[in-house]
Design a protein around this ligand. Structure first.
Ligand code: GLA
Length: 738
């Protein structure tokens, strides 16, 4: 999987992809290829591939010793700015007030097999993985640079990471250290991003690449609702099953940048990493700084091909593997059912009804602690509200467990309210600038998680609850972004404030690590006002995330469609909520809401007292059916069956060898629509027979060529012909391989 020729050519490959780079004339690393597998390459092949015709002779030469050599147009593995390349570089360093113009030349390599899961910082892992570490040195500046490349046999992805080490005598500052660079020979792609806002996260947006920089980023202290670190360069004619896609994601939850620069020769440089704005890291002699990891994907099989890779990567190399085997519980979350207005009796009544419906876990959301009856108070005071739970929370938990339900509990560990004791005692524990006003968001302050003492205090409070009460699940929320970024702790430590954002996120990961080390069976659900931190960093610890505070099933269609390009179904918490929906006041049928929510881990978030007997029966049936198909719906192979350009109809499929479930959804009814709406299922065995919805039997060949014929009409024009009337319609198909 890792071939090295002549100490010069490096070829990482598996059955599907090849990634190739080499040592250039100036001894820096040049990029040669990322794409379909090339198989074994001879030295002649490698020499041929690396033959270079310089289009830009005449611009600044790199070195007088290598005539006609310039970096200006070179595709490089880890470019620096400031010599003969005027594009943005991947690394910027300074000493006192001076910038360093570094020149990292190849020195040696090392190969390691097997990559262990290490809870201290999110990173890809896998026993079958291999790592190639390239050591580069800049003798003049007394620096070592280590470029790591990871490859796994089963996924078309290369994971990259960078470490810079100071072996000189002076303290230096990292101003920028991107995690990965991908250099492509042309720019004939659309730039795809997952963007939106609170309550409408990760919608697919595309724009053509043109000369210059195209980027998405976050400066909010979290990966954000607005942008996601995932980006893709997609073939202009991409379909669900054809077309090349290069995609990139970052295993990180803080400020990031994912950008593409197209130069005057139309070559493309994609970089992703910690956002260099508001960032620096000081490192002294013998100290080093390591970037988060980034992952690069390749497919030539369109969006479904991409999802095959991104989903497999997340399930097998990011999320803890144990969550693939363990059942994700069907939850009832009380937030939209009660908001802050509850007590033990009210909740127990809901829990009993939930149990009767087949629900498996009761998640107690915000409002169980301190004197929290609204969102202005008590964060950071993780003691039980005895008015709401007169016999303590342990008593409530015991009753849930006696009913046969698991118990989940909400925390917002990173925040504090102004009236909380720890804030009054330690006003310096919050993120705030000493000289200026500071902003309050949702009535709360952000705790300075760069300060280990703060993280430890919150850990102790949480551990006290978790050790004394049987808790199976926690929901970790984070409801405001960071403003006036400044850490009083770093000031005391005489560390630069530019380190704050990264140290904050390290503090977040440290708390996750401590919790999971001491309570390894906890299922931690991620959340940040819905999907404000839906990223690979959080997924390393939390197998699933609440994707959005908009629980409207219609809005979820777009959120899920976008999110699914980068993250598998198993990472979603999907809840069926009440109508009219609390966020948009839309009315949709219970069956529509259940048909959307059942793709992935299922939950309910509504007042069960308000349901009719008929609705309860419908939910019971759904849950019974879901339990039979849960593994397929959470872990099955996912495919989009309709074009992603169409934002009125959606069709999703999950399949295994034996069974396929297809959900069809239509937002608005339109009269007299064209009749080419027959859905072609995915992964059909042409020689097999399939049973559709327990009756019709049809051959794979016919199904593959003619598609699904029932309901015959998705239109809504005429009662005699239409089978799905009106807006917000859905239909579920089940195909069983006979
Ligand atoms: C955030 C979450 C919601 C809920 C509330 C509670 O908005 O996204 O799901 O937990 O906080 O305050």
């Amino acid at each position: 999987m890792i071939d090295i020729e002549n100490n010069k050519y490096f070829h990482l490959h598996n059955e599907n992809i090849s990634y190739l780079f080499y040592v250039m004339e100036n001894k820096e690393l040049g990029s040669l290829y990322f794409g379909k597998a090339l198989g074994d390459l001879s030295i002649d092949d490698l020499t041929y591939i690396s033959t270079y015709h310089n289009p830009s002779a005449g611009v600044v030469n790199f070195s007088p010793n290598i005539p006609n050599f310039t970096l200006a147009d070179r595709r490089q593995e880890y470019p620096t700015y400031g010599t003969s390349d005027f594009r943005e570089g991947a690394i910027n360093l300074s000493r006192d007030d001076e910038y360093l113009y570094t020149d990292f030349v190849y020195e040696s390599f090392e190969v390691k097999k097997g990559i262990a899961r290490n809870l201290s910082f999110p990173s890809a892992y896998g026993d079958d993985g291999e790592e190639l570490i390239i050591k580069l040195v800049d003798k003049g500046h007394e620096l070592e640079l280590y470029l790591s490349y990871f490859i796994f046999p089963q996924v078309s992805a290369i994971v990259r990471q960078v470490q810079i080490k100071n072996v000189g005598k002076y303290a230096l500052t990292v101003e920028n250290l991107q995690s990965s660079v991908l250099s492509l020979p042309n720019s004939n792609y659309d730039f795809l991003q997952l963007s939106g806002a609170w309550t409408k996260e990760r919608h697919i947006k595309k724009r053509p690449l043109v000369q210059g920089i195209t980027k998405v980023e976050s400066l909010r202290g979290a990966s954000s609702h607005q942008e996601n670190p995932f980006i893709a360069l997609v073939d202009k004619n991409v379909t669900n099953s054809t077309g090349e896609i290069y995609a990139s994601n970052l295993i990180y939850s803080g400020n990031f940048v994912s950008q593409v620069q197209v130069d005057e020769w139309n070559t493309t440089r994609l970089m992703t990493g910690i956002n260099p704005q508001q960032f620096c890291w000081k490192f002294e002699k013998d100290e080093s700084f390591t970037s988060p990891q980034a992952v690069l994907f390749y497919t030539s099989n369109g969006y479904n091909g991409l999802m095959r890779q991104t989903h497999s990567f997340v399930k097998n190399h990011i999320v803890d593997l144990k969550w693939k085997k363990r059942k994700r519980p069907i939850v009832l979350n009380n937030w939209e059912a009660t908001y802050f207005d509850f007590n033990e009796d009210k909740l127990l009544n809901l829990a009993k009804q939930a149990k009767a419906l087949g629900i498996e876990c009761f998640v107690l959301d915000d409002g169980w602690f301190g004197k929290r009856d609204n969102d202005r108070t008590s964060l950071g005071n993780w003691t039980v509200n005895m008015r709401k739970f007169p016999q303590g929370l342990g008593h409530f938990s015991d009753q849930l467990h006696a009913l046969g339900l698991q118990f989940g509990l909400w925390f917002e560990p990173e925040m504090v309210s102004p009236d909380t004791e720890i804030f009054k005692k330690h006003p310096d524990w919050i993120v705030h600038h000493p000289y200026e006003r500071y902003s309050v968001g949702r009535g709360q302050y952000v705790l300075d998680f760069a300060n280990p003492e703060v993280v430890d205090n919150i850990y102790q409070q949480m551990a006290h609850i978790l050790s004394n009460i049987k808790i199976d699940y926690i929901k970790w929320d984070m409801n405001r972004n960071i403003t006036e970024a400044y850490s009083p702790y770093l000031k005391k430590q005489r560390l630069p404030q530019g380190e704050f954002f990264h140290r904050y996120i390290q503090g977040v990961y440290h708390l996750y690590e401590k919790l999971l080390r001491h309570f390894p069976d906890l299922l931690i659900e991620g959340c940040a006002s819905g999907g404000g931190r839906f990223d690979l960093g959080i997924l390393f610890y939390s197998p699933q995330i609440w994707p959005s505070d908009d629980s409207d099933a219609l809005e979820r269609l777009d959120i899920m469609q976008g999110t699914l390009l980068a993250y598998p179904l198993s990472t979603f918490s999907n809840h069926v909520s009440a109508v009219p929906n609390d966020q948009v006041k839309r009315m949709t049928s219970l069956s529509f809401r259940q048909n959307v929510a059942c793709f992935g881990p299922l939950g309910y978030e509504l007042d069960l007292n308000k349901l009719s007997e008929k609705e309860k029966e419908e939910i019971k049936q759904e849950i019974r059916w879901y339990k039979e198909n849960r593994n397929l719906l959470v872990n099955g192979k996912f495919d989009e069956l309709l074009s992603l350009n169409n934002n009125n109809t959606y069709a999703w499929s999950v399949s295994s060898k034996r069974k396929q479930i297809i959900g069809f959804y239509r937002k608005l009814a339109r009269p007299n629509e064209e009749l080419d709406q027959y859905l072609i299922p995915s992964n059909i065995d042409l020689n097999a027979q399939y049973q559709i919805n327990d009756h019709t039997l049809v051959s794979g060949n016919v199904l593959h060529n003619f598609g699904l014929r029932e309901p015959y009409q998705f239109n809504a024009a005429n009662e005699n012909t239409a089978e799905l009337f009106g807006d917000f319609q859905s239909y579920l198909y089940q195909l069983v391989h006979k």
